[in-house]
Write a protein that binds this ligand. Structure first.
Ligand code: BGC
Length: 886
């Protein structure tokens, strides 16, 4: 009997350990469950946080519907079990906040580890168990904590040191520019590649913190670093390792002239042009203790970057996936072309055996000619070519470190012997943001669209959002970034990434308030085209809206205000008209000035809203009035009463003012009518818009009851459309609506037309923030069940947990399943079509019939008829609705 009890208890605790919910007699334990998904500054157990008051979030778990948090308690300590709460014992705090909870304990020390856990009380006052313990590490918080010197002069640097006792804890703080691979005792210390992130080095460089405890041992040790040019176009290393030994003693190893350096096997490296690696120059054992570096030179002291050092607080770039080529061909003797079946960013891993000194060349391309040879015309100045020179010692496996390419095809020449499919693997490399979204529906072209959007988006995240990943740009073009931001947020966890990018934007701002077309600024102009510069207010606003992040508004309010004031200083007759690109790559272009004036209004309006949220009442009024004045000026300047259109009457020219409600009521019908006619009759439901108009047209159509038309546009397969790209073999979105493959500007992996991605989630799956709500605390599920679409399903993991909506329908019934996170509420809108005598059931219980709303299904608060169907209010939980009738 006793042993059975013990077995039972052990079983229960094993379940807890493997992270399953404890069950009693087959039922989940009722009530509030331990919070999960603990994050600090959006990151899971981050190292190197240099924010003095970091923020915490957790996901609430509960067995019942309609639940939420009424209070929380955080315990934060400097010991691993978090038990003492010596840094912060919040006590029971009455609050519904489970995201963006600001640290309020005693001052955090630099270079330290902290451990925390949280529990919550549900709406009925029942406490949950404590979460598991999460942790975070502070970086070197102040400049004086850095003791090393910037060293360089050589690509390979090393240093030996001795430790007398066992190591209890060790952290390495590293800024190795342009790129750095850190090795300890013969091993690479992390999976990160192409570290650190690209920044405006004159303003800021980022250091990375590694937990290196497990690499060190008593006795002799060696630290080694390989440096690449990256975007810094030079090399420099600042290194500091703090090692705590048994007994409490601390040892520091820092970069200085006592390090040794040599050239090493990477003989050439460039982001655009590729890497040349001569394996004959390898120095085996150089990254281990005991290597004889007598012939190596002393490391040189070099001038580091001019900017401040900050902790890298976002997901690193990593090799995220490995692709096996689909097929190989030999279009010419000695030339092998591999088709990886997917356009992506990264490189190829080579496997080869052959005589010493043989040079194998890999060239990368997005396209092939009809004869099967690679077509690299659209790479422009980027050579995109890696060379590996064999050492001739059996099988050699190599991949580059300090470059990346955008490609689908790899051409291999100079290969000794006959290359097989196993000679090449594709290595997918990008910032390892977590995928959080999924979307699928009954229309195949839209599933393909979702797929190519996601591939295009993730492979253009390289510590900044890039325009493309293959040719000689790969820049943080801000217009592209702002246009795709919402799509990216539905598909990936972008919170830390955009927090970093917004700081990058602020770093390029000058004292006049101007910012630049690209960030960091290499290409394009200062001041930015207003449709590009708007990335500053707009992305900040999206981060606030989707993640409930008020600190981002506080941090950037002054910068955004300066930017808006700069725009105001350039206004003519109350409108900003200067423009570099207008509605970029449109088929029928509106004049650039109307696009700039639209964004001037948008930016001012956002600034006024930010001011109101931050309690800056005078500013809220000033900018509110300014927005109203721009609205009037906009109509006066661009509206033509004779035609009922704005500017030249192109789709973008009419859609922009409709989207932001700049059209007086009296003229709305005419403008809307003109837009409709242009799309439907003049262009057979095709868009003629560029990257700007495209985003707003889809949203405007859906918000004004024309979802069917938006769907027609989205599912076209003739030029110009997304379907046309797919029909022509696109595996990522193109830069242009046109199919071009020559030397002109025509990248085949350009995420900017992916703005439609958020429309798939918002319109078809129906997942929306409720108006006026932020951080998915209030949600609106409003799927558009359009035309021949029979089902659609979407889900996205928000800061509060998963939100999902999936529906299907036939002639006389509609089924809709939704998931609302604990702590959130939703209004769910089910269209009724022309079904009569409607009965709505939820998980088999009738919640609505001829008498109206019927209470009885937990969590379902009300059911009302609404113009567009039925409006159902629900609390948190998982619901399965079915609407039937005659
Ligand atoms: C980039 C674009 C960018 C544009 C500016 C191009 O070369 O690739 O995506 O936004 O220039 O107009």
């Amino acid at each position: 009997m006793r042993s059975r009890l013990w077995k039972g208890l052990i079983f229960l605790s094993c379940l807890v350990l493997v992270g399953q919910k404890p069950v009693l007699g087959g039922e989940e334990m009722p009530g509030p469950q331990a919070p999960t998904g603990l994050r600090c500054e959006y990151l899971v157990n981050p190292l190197g946080i240099d924010t003095p008051a970091p923020r915490f979030s957790w996901v609430l778990e509960h067995s019942e519907r309609g639940q939420g948090q009424s209070a929380y308690e955080i315990i934060l300590a400097s010991q691993a079990d978090a038990a003492t709460g010596d840094c912060w014992a919040s006590g029971k705090v009455d609050s519904t906040d489970s995201v963006q909870v600001v640290y309020a304990g005693r001052g955090l020390a630099g270079g330290s580890s902290y451990y925390w856990k949280v529990r919550y009380w549900d709406k009925s006052g029942r406490p949950s168990p404590f979460s598991r313990v999460a942790r975070f590490d502070t970086g070197l918080l102040v400049g004086d904590d850095w003791k090393g010197n910037w060293i360089g002069g050589k690509n390979q640097l090393r240093k030996e040191f001795e430790l007398e006792k066992n190591v209890v804890r060790a952290r390495a703080y590293v800024c190795g520019l342009g790129y750095c691979e850190l090795r300890l005792n013969g091993r690479k210390v992390d999976r990160n590649v192409l570290d650190p992130a690209w920044t405006t080095y004159d303003k800021r460089a980022l250091y990375v913190t590694y937990d290196v405890t497990r690499f060190l041992r008593p006795g002799k040790n060696a630290v080694a670093a390989m440096l690449g040019q990256g975007w810094f176009k030079s090399t420099a290393l600042l290194f500091q390792m703090i090692i705590e030994l048994e007994g409490g003693e601390k040892v520091e190893v820092v970069s200085n002239e006592s390090w040794k350096g040599t050239g090493g096997p990477v003989v050439k490296d460039s982001v655009y042009n590729g890497e040349t690696y001569d394996a004959r120059l390898e120095t085996p054992g150089w990254d281990k203790a005991g290597y004889d570096d007598g012939t190596w030179a002393a490391a040189e002291l070099v001038g580091g970057p001019k900017g401040v050092l900050s902790a890298q607080m976002m997901p690193p770039i990593q090799v995220v996936d490995t692709i096996v080529p689909l097929i190989l061909s030999n279009p010419k003797p000695g030339v092998t072309v591999y088709d990886l079946g997917q356009n992506f960013s990264g490189w190829a891993r080579l496997r080869v055996r052959g005589p010493r000194g043989t040079a194998v060349k890999l060239r990368f391309a997005e396209l092939v000619y009809n004869d099967g040879m690679i077509n690299r015309e659209n790479l422009r100045g980027a050579r995109a070519e890696d060379v590996y020179i064999l050492k001739g010692e059996g099988e050699e496996v190599w991949e580059p470190r300090f470059t990346y390419h955008g490609f689908r095809y790899v051409e291999l020449t100079g290969y000794p012997g006959v290359p097989t499919i196993s000679a090449i693997r594709g290595r997918v490399v990008h910032t390892a943001v977590e995928p959080v979204g999924s979307f699928a529906c009954s229309k195949p072209v839209l599933n393909s669209l979702q797929r190519i959007i996601v591939w295009g988006q993730k492979t253009n995240l390289h510590s900044i959002p890039t325009d493309c990943c293959q040719r000689d740009e790969r820049m943080g073009w801000m217009g592209d970034a702002q246009g795709t931001a919402e799509e990216a947020i539905y598909n990936f966890d972008m919170a830390a990434f955009y927090t970093n990018f917004l700081r990058d934007i602020r770093d390029v701002q000058d004292e006049k308030g101007t910012i630049t077309d690209t960030v960091p600024h290499i290409w394009g102009s200062r001041p930015a085209d207003p449709a590009w510069g708007t990335a500053y207010p707009l992305i900040a606003w999206y981060v606030y809206q989707y993640y409930g992040d008020q600190r981002i508004l506080e941090d950037h309010y002054e910068g955004i205000k300066m930017y808006v004031e700069f725009l105001r200083s350039r206004a003519e007759n109350g409108l900003v008209k200067f423009s570099h690109y207008g509605d970029w790559v449109a088929v029928e272009k509106p004049p650039g000035n109307i696009v700039s004036s639209f964004y001037y209004y948008y930016d001012v309006k956002i600034l006024a809203d930010m001011a109101a949220i931050l309690g800056k009442e005078t500013d809220a009024k000033t900018y509110g009035n300014l927005a109203a004045a721009i609205k009037t000026a906009f109509h006066r300047e661009y509206f033509d009463p004779k035609t009922g259109s704005y500017a030249n009457g192109t789709q973008t020219a009419n859609a922009l003012p409709l989207f932001l409600d700049l059209v007086p009521k009296s003229d709305r019908g005419a403008v809307w009518g003109n837009l409709f006619n242009d799309i439907v009759y003049k262009h057979d439901s095709h868009l003629t818009t560029g990257i700007i108009g495209t985003k707003y047209i889809m949203e405007f159509l859906t918000n004004s009851g024309a979802s069917d038309l938006a769907y027609d546009i989205a599912t076209k397969s003739t030029y110009p459309s997304w379907g046309y790209m797919i029909e022509n073999g696109a595996t990522t979105l193109w830069e242009l609506w046109q199919l071009r493959q020559g030397p002109s500007m025509n990248s085949h992996n350009h995420p900017m037309f992916g703005s439609i991605g958020s429309w798939l989630y918002k319109a078809l799956a129906g997942i929306n923030l409720a108006p006026e709500s932020v951080g998915f605390e209030k949600i609106r599920i409003a799927p558009q069940m359009v035309r021949d679409l029979r089902f659609a399903a979407g889900s996205t993991r928000t800061v509060r947990g998963e939100v999902s909506s999936s529906w299907s329908r036939d002639e006389r019934s509609v089924r809709l399943e939704v998931v609302i996170p604990v702590g959130s509420e939703a209004e769910v809108i089910i269209p009724k079509f022309n079904i009569e005598n409607v009965v709505i059931q939820e998980s088999g219980r009738v919640v609505y019939d001829a008498q109206g709303y019927l209470a009885g299904s937990p969590g379902v608060q009300s059911v009302e008829t609404a113009p567009s169907g039925f409006l159902i209010k629900v609390g948190s939980g998982r619901y399965a609705f079915e609407l039937t009738g005659d």
